[in-house]
Design a protein around this ligand. Structure first.
Ligand code: ATP
Ligand code: MG
Length: 555
């Protein structure tokens, strides 16, 4: 992992268990874990939790971690996702070395295990329709019914299974099922399906197969073949664990990993389901999987969040067995923490209001030195052009100030950061009563660093000189959803229409000249040059996060 890590995962029940297994000498040859994504979408922050856990424990305990694509469902899978997933895992800071595998690497072995189950009378070919199978499955309170095909002979089953493989049947005509117990209180053990017929070419195996193993059959076998010492998965698989164990107990494989479940990460005001995220993309509710509002790693990267912040977040949420939805403010906290020391400062005015200094010599300009980072003088300074016409933030002026307002008011004073103290003498309005200009005077002897004025205004505001300002597009992001838990509700009712607002901002020229990708716009927030839509000399800025905790304000 790169040195900017420091996730400080602490200790949790999984790490305790692994430590205990190592101490007890139960793990020969070191810890082996895997991260097993299905290549049917982009990775999201929930996956990051699983990646940080699987790769993290391997690293901490001196073991290794596989990146294994769970590619058993060719209908929804795509090479685009295979590439995106690798890029995202690497970006997060993890390395699988030469341990990149695919469930499809094991299709032949899986098939041989299936024949073995048939020979041992542990599996049979069912010729019922999917609907008949579903009805006969029973419910949580009612046992299921044995299939009429359950007692086929080994010979007949083998012939049918081989016929399935050879393409003699149409999709859905036959399935291979385990023969376990139709009365089991655990519905996963009621003769679960192991193979389905799908006449769909596979992105890696082409037309070689027209039958595909189910997740429950595939996952445990792959884990065993790869020698996974701890198979970590999310809680919804808890009820599948008996099936995981049944398969490995009933085939001839000499390794049996324990499956250990932990809770999924949920995050407020967004969704983690790949199906829903794919729908947002296909319905064009967002610009793509990497839209900066998406909870995907590609979206977060494009927004400007750094991997260290995501790892820190995953460390802070920890690993437990209780499902919960984490507040967005925790993620934002981690992002701010990470950027505080990294991002240079700069000034940008998002909602400009013109200030004219009536006593500043016309046509004169000067340059004011301003530190790139107030706590890191070694990073040097940039020169901020100053002149008689300036932009300040519209909300930094109030005609009728609320209590404790520390910014500019009619007749009041404020300091321009790194500049002078100004005094507001006159408010100019248009015919509709909207303020269009403030006519102010500046205090010549109040220049920052050599102030002899003796004046002590309460507020300090940011500004940009009109003659040198560069206008850029700034994209202000807010929550993607209006409700904390949007799953199961209609997108049209829950999506936040104001999740993206684009404004034309005025920024100081040093920001444009700099190669730095991220800035803290003083008093405004952290911003990132959009890597897709920026062009040389004309960046587009994404707001990564506001400066203060809580809900993004209107600006
Ligand atoms: P979906 O159910 O939305 O289609 P999935 O969770 O099944 O997606 P996979 O690609 O199978 O997606 O996930 C790969 C791994 O990431 C799995 O081990 C899964 O348990 C884990 N994972 C997925 N979502 C989360 C989450 N929200 N929190 C923690 N781990 C997760
Ligand atoms: Mg899955």
């Amino acid at each position: 992992m790169s040195e900017e890590s420091g996730s400080g995962m602490g200790t949790d029940f999984i790490r305790q268990r692994i430590g205990g297994d190592l101490d007890a000498g139960n793990v020969e040859g070191g810890i082996v874990t895997r991260f097993p994504p299905e290549p049917n979408g982009y990775l999201h922050i929930g996956h990051a939790k699983s990646i940080c856990l699987n790769f993290g424990v391997a690293e901490e305990f001196g073991g290794v971690c596989y990146l294994r694509f769970d590619d058993t469902n060719p209908a929804n899978e795509d090479e685009e996702y295979v590439h995106a997933i690798q890029r995202d895992v690497r970006w997060l800071g993890f390395d699988w070395g030469d341990r990149l595998t695919y469930a499809s690497d094991y299709f032949e072995q899986l098939y041989q295990f299936a024949e073995e189950l048939v020979r041992d009378e542990k599996a049979f070919v069912d010729s019922q329709s999917a609907e008949e199978i579903r009805i006969a499955r029973g419910t949580l309170t009612k046992p299921g019914q044995d299939s009429p095909y359950r007692s086929r002979s080994v010979e007949e089953n083998l012939e049918l299974l081989q016929g399935m493989r050879a393409g003699q049947y149409a999709d859905g005509e036959q399935v291979l099922r385990a023969r376990i117990d139709m009365a089991s209180p655990n519905v996963n053990l009621r003769d679960p399906v192991l193979y389905r017929i799908r006449h769909i070419p596979h992105q890696r195996t082409g037309d070689t197969w027209c039958i595909y193993p189910t997740y429950d059959f595939t996952h445990c076998v792959c884990d065993a073949l790869e020698g996974i010492t701890h198979s970590l998965c999310t809680l919804e698989f808890e009820d599948h664990r008996p099936l995981y164990d049944w398969v490995l107990d009933n085939i001839n494989v000499n390794f049996h990993p324990p499956q250990i479940e932990f809770s999924r990460l949920g995050l407020e005001y967004t969704v983690m389901s790949k199906r829903l995220l794919a729908q947002l993309v296909s319905d064009a509710r967002v610009s793509g999987w990497d839209d900066p509002r998406m909870p995907t790693l590609a979206g977060m990267r494009r927004r400007g969040i750094r991997p260290a912040a995501i790892r820190d977040f995953c460390g802070r949420i920890g690993v437990t067995k209780s499902d919960n939805r984490v507040e967005m403010s925790l993620l934002e906290f981690c992002v701010r923490q990470d950027l505080e020391a990294v991002a240079p400062r700069g000034m940008a005015v998002l909602d400009p209001l013109l200030v004219t200094l009536t006593n500043y010599p016309e046509g004169q300009t000067e340059e004011l030195g301003a530190a790139w980072h107030p706590q890191q003088p070694e990073r040097g300074e940039r020169q901020m052009p100053f002149g008689a016409a300036l932009y300040i933030e519209r909300e930094d002026f109030a005609e009728e100030p609320p209590p404790k307002y520390r910014r500019l008011t009619p007749g009041g004073m404020v300091r321009l950061r790194y500049g002078y103290i100004i005094h507001c003498d006159e408010v100019v309005k248009d015919t509709e009563g909207r303020v269009t200009e403030l006519r102010c005077s500046y205090v010549a002897e109040s220049r920052s660093g050599s102030d002899t004025s003796g004046l002590k205004p309460k507020g300090v505001i940011h500004w940009v000189a009109v003659h040198a300002a560069v206008q850029v597009e700034v994209r202000l992001y807010d929550r993607l959803f209006k409700v904390a838990a949007p799953e199961g509700q209609d997108l049209t009712d829950t999506l936040n229409d104001a999740s993206l607002r684009s404004v034309q901002a005025q920024v100081e020229p040093a920001i444009i000249a700099s190669d730095e990708p991220r800035f803290q716009f003083e008093r405004v927030g952290y911003f990132f040059k959009d890597p897709v839509d920026s062009i040389a000399g004309s960046p587009v800025f994404n707001r990564i996060v506001t400066l203060r905790d809580g809900r993004a304000k209107g600006r």
